[in-house]
Write a protein that binds this ligand. Sequence first.
Ligand SMILES: Nc1nc2c([nH]c(=O)n2[C@H]2C[C@H](O)[C@@H](COP(=O)(O)OP(=O)(O)OP(=O)(O)O)O2)c(=O)[nH]1
Length: 140
Amino acid sequence: MSATEATDRVPVDVAVGVLFDAQGRFLLCSRPEGKVYAGHWEFPGGKLEAGETVEQALRRELIEEIGITIGPAQPWRVHVMDYPHARVRLHFCKVRAWTGGFEMREGQQMAWSRLPVEVAPVLPGTLPVLDWLAEEAAGD
Ligand SMILES: Nc1nc2c([nH]c(=O)n2[C@H]2C[C@H](O)[C@@H](COP(=O)(O)OP(=O)(O)OP(=O)(O)O)O2)c(=O)[nH]1
């Protein structure tokens, strides 16, 4: 296999928050202009910086991007995605508590959603999460 094969690439770790409100809806945000997949909907989060845990990175990113300070982040699933631009290891965490008001600091849009989601397009690396949420809902 050549060194340029997608699966040879070292993944970048990304912390992602699946925030639930009191009605059981989850938060999706659109990716800001200037980023890859701009305008696609995703769960909020971002890349880990050196020395950070997933929870620390998630707390920092959500303050920076959407203006809230999260409470505990419950590790949920880890999923690797290969994109042309990068290989990412997505660490999805469930979050049910936060302080502060939502403020889209990068000009994104936000949507509290239920299944099936009504926003589009959804980021490819976000789609598996919707399947997992549907599986959990079916198991209730
Ligand atoms: N936040 C988030 N990122 C996701 C999801 N699914 C998915 O494939 N990704 C990918 C898209 C990006 O390649 C990567 C996140 O990187 P990013 O560029 O948004 O992160 P960042 O805010 O740290 O970006 P930057 O400061 O380096 O511009 O993870 C998701 O549900 N949420």
